[in-house]
Design a protein around this ligand. Structure first.
Ligand code: FES
Length: 139
């Protein structure tokens, strides 16, 4: 009895060997009114020529700052000369501690080459440098 039911079920629900997949007929893109007008307004204008930098007339030279923490952990920042070192450190996630932020307390003092700098008031110079920060703190 069970075998007869299983045979009847499989005969009733069996898929044909060849399945015809109908061709996809797509309708043309629907008109979007205002949005079609915006698409045209923001499309590229090929008559303008090659793309160029519309900002600064000459791009600044990029320099690398290597931050070395008290434990020797290093991080690198790509910078342009003249940037505030405090902003660069913050962007790189370098944990420098500040107190006065005016250059008078030496909380943020760091070693650059043979000299010492105060990160809160210093600016990036025009060469690749290594800064050892956290002289007065531990990571
Ligand atoms: S925070 Fe005081 S000297 Fe930099």
């Amino acid at each position: 009895m069970l075998a007869v039911c299983a045979l009847a079920f499989s005969a009733a629900y069996a898929l044909p060997m060849r399945v015809q997949i109908p061709a996809v007929h797509r309708s043309p893109a629907p008109a979007m009114g205002l949005f079609d007008g915006l698409k045209g307004a923001f499309s590229n204008d090929d008559t303008l020529g090659a793309r160029s930098n519309a900002g600064l007339s000459k791009e600044g030279t990029k320099r690398t700052i290597t931050w070395v923490g008290p434990t020797g952990k290093e991080k690198k920042s790509i910078v342009v000369a003249g940037q505030r070192l405090k902003d660069v450190a913050r962007a790189a996630g370098v944990p420098v501690k500040y107190d006065c932020s005016e250059g008078s307390c030496k909380t943020c003092e760091a070693q650059m080459g043979n000299g010492k700098i105060k990160i809160c008031v210093a600016k990036v110079i025009d060469r690749d440098i290594t800064i050892k920060y956290g002289l007065r703190q531990k990571d």
